[in-house]
Write a protein that binds this ligand. Structure first.
Ligand code: SF4
Ligand code: SF4
Length: 484
């Protein structure tokens, strides 16, 4: 019996040294200097521990009374620690209800005309829409005019890296170009352009909701979607009025957005860990735009696929939204809303951009998930500490438009964007959920999504290994923003 315990102990200690080594490799791959140093120290200690154990085995120490006592005590400690750290906690029922679990009062549909992108990106001074909007919302006029004078929501693009970031600005503008063309009415609300029986009007194809859901998800993944989920479309998350003008569609501005669809297929695109490392510098915006373009590419094709089956579908992407993306993604089971206001997913943390297709085609909705984000964000606050414009609240969640959430100060966040000329993403970069999904980080995510004590332990470890205010990194050489 003791012999078996000794062998299992040796295997266990070898395994922990292997995990320590893989964490060191992971830190080196992530180019995290501070974390690599701590990971090296940790690995040396783990290896020494294993070496001492093997020496004790070799000397026959575990055959003595003291050796047996120490061995059994070690097993008891490891057993209790494993139970405490791996045990699945009771689920957060509110999270499992999706956005319904966040509703605590009256919710009003949000007017797209009030978003900063509609105000500063669409309204032209002197136009009828400009006069109408600022007559009703004089509180925005001075700040919006100032933003417009600087070039729009992201101000003087690339200002933070000038002049070396200009090549990255050329790249991000190239990616933002595609969604612009994919915002044409025949792209976002496609008509069928294929019929199973040539010459006949397309009829609704007979397909079960199960098969339709499976096919749509498979097709979207094949097109490059990182995550796909289906939600029952809650009308609260449909904009009340159109506010974006992208292709001179002035007649849409101010019209009510009709609610005709019951389902939303939501796509999340992974943003590269390497490209957000330099946030708030220009590579991060190249990556944002790349994934907005990818989201548009996927949403438009999935909408067209559904239209070809004879159903109505609307693509929602960077240049055309009828819905709020984050609540839709929560209801589609892709993740939970974090303190910074972004969706946090199990697979990629907050490193995602979202797009969607709404439809009347019967589908099977996915279930919302509890991955422990509400609990984690309750004590973490790293994004709030690191936000250069102090736009993320340090306080608990509060009621905002009838929902319980952390209220980001969008105005100060966009003011900061305007000043630096990028979409910042510092909050995304520093979030402990953002790490590249290497083997040790997958292991950590598996633990923190099920166990509250593991969340607290790894939050402390994150501060030790990566720092309370992690520094930005260089990013890939081809996207450099500094002169050498
Ligand atoms: S994008 Fe930047 S400024 Fe805006 S909330 Fe995140 S860290 Fe703060
Ligand atoms: S940094 Fe911390 S508080 Fe902020 S979103 Fe990430 S986990 Fe939540």
């Amino acid at each position: 019996m003791i012999r078996v315990l000794v062998i299992v102990g040796a295997v266990g200690l070898t395994l922990q040294a292997f995990i320590g080594l893989s964490f060191l490799i992971s830190c080196l791959q992530e180019k995290e200097t501070r974390a690599s140093m701590f990971a090296l120290i940790q690995f040396v200690f783990m290896s020494l521990f294993l070496a001492v154990y093997l020496i004790l085995v070799w000397t026959g120490f575990f055959g003595t009374a003291m050796g047996i006592s120490i061995l059994i005590a070690g097993y008891i400690v490891v057993g209790i620690a494993s139970l405490l750290l791996f045990k699945k906690n009771k689920p957060n029922q509110k999270a499992l209800e999706g956005t319904k679990g966040l509703i605590v009062g009256d919710v009003k549909r949000f007017d797209e005309r009030e978003t900063v992108f509609s105000r500063t990106g669409s309204l032209r001074p002197g136009s009828e829409q400009y006069e109408t909007f600022y007559r009703e919302h004089p509180e925005y006029q001075a700040v919006d005019d100032a933003r417009r004078a600087k070039g729009g929501p992201m101000g003087d693009l690339g200002a933070i890296d000038r002049p070396h970031g200009d090549i990255n600005v050329a790249m991000l503008m190239a990616s933002s170009n595609l969604p612009f063309y994919l915002a044409d009415p025949d792209k976002v609300k496609p008509q069928p352009h294929f019929s199973f029986k040539k010459g006949l009007t397309v009829k609704k194809t007979t397909i079960s909701p199960e098969e339709a859901s499976e096919r749509i998800k498979g097709y979207a993944k094949m097109l490059g979607a990182g995550l796909v989920g289906i939600a029952n479309l809650n009308p609260f998350w449909v904009y009340s009025h159109y506010g974006r003008i992208t292709r001179d569609n002035w007649e849409d501005w101010g019209k009510e957005v009709p609610i005709t669809h019951q389902y939303a297929v939501v796509f999340a695109e992974e943003m590269s860990f390497e490209m957000i490392g330099p946030a708030p510098h220009t590579p991060t915006s190249v990556e944002s735009m790349h994934n907005y373009a990818k989201g548009a590419f996927i949403a438009v094709q999935v909408a067209s696929f559904i239209a070809n089956l004879g159903y109505s579908a609307t693509a929602n992407h960077f240049r055309y939204y009828e819905n709020l993306m984050v609540p839709l993604a929560v209801d589609a089971g892709l993740g939970e809303i974090g303190r910074m206001g972004y969706l946090i997913t199990k697979e990629f943390g907050p490193r995602v951009r979202l797009s969607a297709v709404t439809t009347d085609m019967p589908l099977i909705p996915d279930k919302p998930v509890d991955i422990g984000v509400e609990d984690f964000c309750g004590f973490c606050k790293k994004c709030a500490v690191c936000c250069p414009s102090q736009s993320i609240p340090m306080k608990d969640r509060s009621e905002v438009n009838g929902t319980l959430r952390w209220k980001l100060n969008e105005q100060s966040c966009y003011d900061y964007w305007g000043k630096i000329g990028t979409d910042c993403n510092v909050c995304m970069r520093v979030c402990p959920w953002s790490h590249a999904r290497t083997f040790p980080h997958r292991l950590i995510v598996a633990m923190i999504t099920r166990n509250a004590l593991a969340r607290r332990l790894f939050y402390i470890m994150d501060d030790i290994f990566y720092g309370k205010k992690p520094r930005s990194k260089e990013g890939p050489e081809w996207a450099r923003y500094k002169s050498h």
